[in-house]
Design a protein. Structure first.
Length: 512
């Protein structure tokens, strides 16, 4: 016999099933089932908790937590060949520029970067010595495999290959620090205190979106301020041979330039110069607002390339914050030589005086990352030193750099040997942005001083032997009369700062 109260004891699930079935039954039956559902509904509040449902929910929660702890499958290749600077790996697919590492038997590891491929084999350039690598050693990818971020995180998805590559520390936590090309501290001041990370390759700025060069930048050097005025966001090359005072001039600009942040990239230079530049040239005050990236000559070619890109990435981050950055890179020639080592090692044919074509493609890609940002952002004023072998201005790297930069400052060995410091040759030097950021009076005064200086040099031999007769050339007479004043104006001690307004006043007094 059926209990008349059995409908009251029915579970909510049965009531829902009755309602769902009502959607497909005739109208009369639907009304009956609806009445039964109404009878069952009031009893839902008095039901005990569903123990089975709670157990399933708890089980699914545990499963979700365990899934997050599961590590992905390990994909590895193996080393099949090591020749000179190149390691050959097979069994793994990675893009050009991807980072990987080879674990060693002693617990260490060798990091490398994909610089090319040959069929199914990858060509790897190690970042350090390959001592300890054995045949068949495993190769693991270091590529970031982060999934697309959720909307509430506010971060753009990593669509570019560069964004999925390794990221390095940038930001205010690097101020006052000295790091290597991988972002590791070299100054024994503890770990880098920053959580901001960025890839080595920044995003390209639309040239039509860049802010124009409109403001002057005071570098604190009289000959540059008056004769080769620098604009904020300009890129200039410092062309010099060895031993003519380019490092000293860079140090003067680093101390006296009116910039918010200074980023120094010491690429391929002697290790001794790193400490000297920091302690003797920058000093404590200069280092406090500076970031130094050191990749000396004894590191691998890959680390020298990485050091230059890392210094540029740091400067780009400060520019995004609206700051005016001074980027000093010593030197652009060592950067080109590092790329030449890599290109020749992977079999690229040399083109111009032993330099493969990829070298001349890398230079503008690095330089164009600097300059002014989009309107509303900051700027990167960059000085790149360019070594001229034997003071040859037609060196392929010097010639290529001169074409892609916004001006060049040439240091003359003859002036340096005569004790004229800074040994800036104002005849061969030029600032391509000077006519846009200076007044007409300033331009005319600089042009007149340059004419007097050049006129005297052209006739120096005649004057020395007494063959020149005064009155033959009125401008030369003025040049002879003002020779000492001009030389004194163009020279400057390393501890002397000469700011823009004082430089213009001294320029006017010199030519008056």
């Amino acid at each position: 016999m059926i209990d008349p109260n059995s409908a009251v004891d029915a579970s909510p699930v049965l009531a829902e099933d009755l309602v769902n079935d009502a959607d497909v039954t005739p109208t009369a039956d639907a009304n009956v089932m609806a009445d039964q559902a109404e009878i069952a509904a009031p009893a839902e509040q008095d039901l005990p908790p569903n123990v089975h449902n709670q157990r399933w929910q708890s089980y699914l929660k545990d499963c979700r937590e365990l899934i997050h702890l599961v590590e992905p499958l390990e994909v590895a290749g193996r080393i099949v060949k090591v020749t000179g600077l190149i390691m050959v790996a097979t069994g793994i697919k990675m893009p050009i520029g991807g980072a990987c590492f080879i674990p060693l038997q002693d617990g260490g590891r060798v990091e490398a970067e994909v610089v090319g491929f040959d069929g199914e084999n990858l060509l790897l350039m190690p970042q350090s010595a390959v001592d300890g690598v054995v045949p068949g050693a495993k190769v693991f990818s270091m590529e970031v495999t982060e999934t697309l971020p959720k909307p509430q995180f506010g971060r753009p998805p990593r669509r570019r290959a560069q964004d999925r590559a390794r990221h390095f520390p940038v930001g205010d936590g690097l101020l006052g620090r000295v790091v290597d090309a991988a972002g590791n501290p070299l100054d024994n001041l503890g770990p880098i205190s920053t959580e901001v990370m960025a890839p080595l390759s920044g995003r390209v700025i639309n040239p039509l979106m860049r802010a124009p060069i409109e403001d002057t930048l005071d570098v604190g050097v009289r000959a540059i301020n008056a004769m080769l005025t620098v604009g904020r966001g300009q890129r200039l090359g410092l062309f010099a041979g060895s031993g003519v005072g380019k490092s000293v001039l860079l140090g003067m600009m680093a101390r006296y330039t009116t910039a918010d942040v200074i980023v120094v990239g010491l690429i391929g230079e002697r290790g001794r110069e790193v400490q000297e530049f920091i302690e003797q040239i920058l000093g404590p005050e200069g280092l406090a607002r500076s970031v130094v990236v050191a990749a000396p000559a004894d590191v691998s070619a890959l680390m020298r390339l990485q050091g230059a890109n890392y210094a540029t990435a740091i400067a780009e981050r400060f520019r995004q914050q609206g700051k005016n950055v001074l980027l000093i890179m010593d030197s652009l020639t060592r950067y080109a030589m590092a790329q030449r080592e890599i290109a020749l090692a992977i079999g690229e044919p040399p083109a111009t005086k032993g330099y493969p074509p990829s070298v001349f493609a890398k230079l503008p890609a690095l330089v164009e990352r600097t300059g002014n940002g989009a309107r509303g952002e900051g700027s990167i004023t960059a000085f790149y030193t360019v070594l001229t072998e034997g003071d040859d201005q037609q060196d392929p790297i010097a010639d290529s750099a001169r074409a892609i930069l916004d001006g060049h400052i040439v240091l003359n060995r003859t002036l340096a040997e005569s004790g004229h410091y800074p040994a800036i040759d104002i005849e061969q030097s030029i600032s391509r942005a000077m006519h846009n950021i200076t007044s007409k009076e300033h331009q005319q005064a600089a042009r007149l001083l340059k004419q007097l200086y050049s006129r005297y040099l052209r006739n120096q031999d005649l004057i020395a032997v007494g063959a020149y007769q005064p009155g033959s050339d009125p401008m030369l007479d003025v040049a002879i009369k003002k020779r000492d004043q001009i030389n004194a104006f163009l020279q400057q001690d390393i501890d002397e700062s000469a700011y823009m307004q004082a430089c213009l006043q001294q320029l006017a007094q010199t030519i008056s």
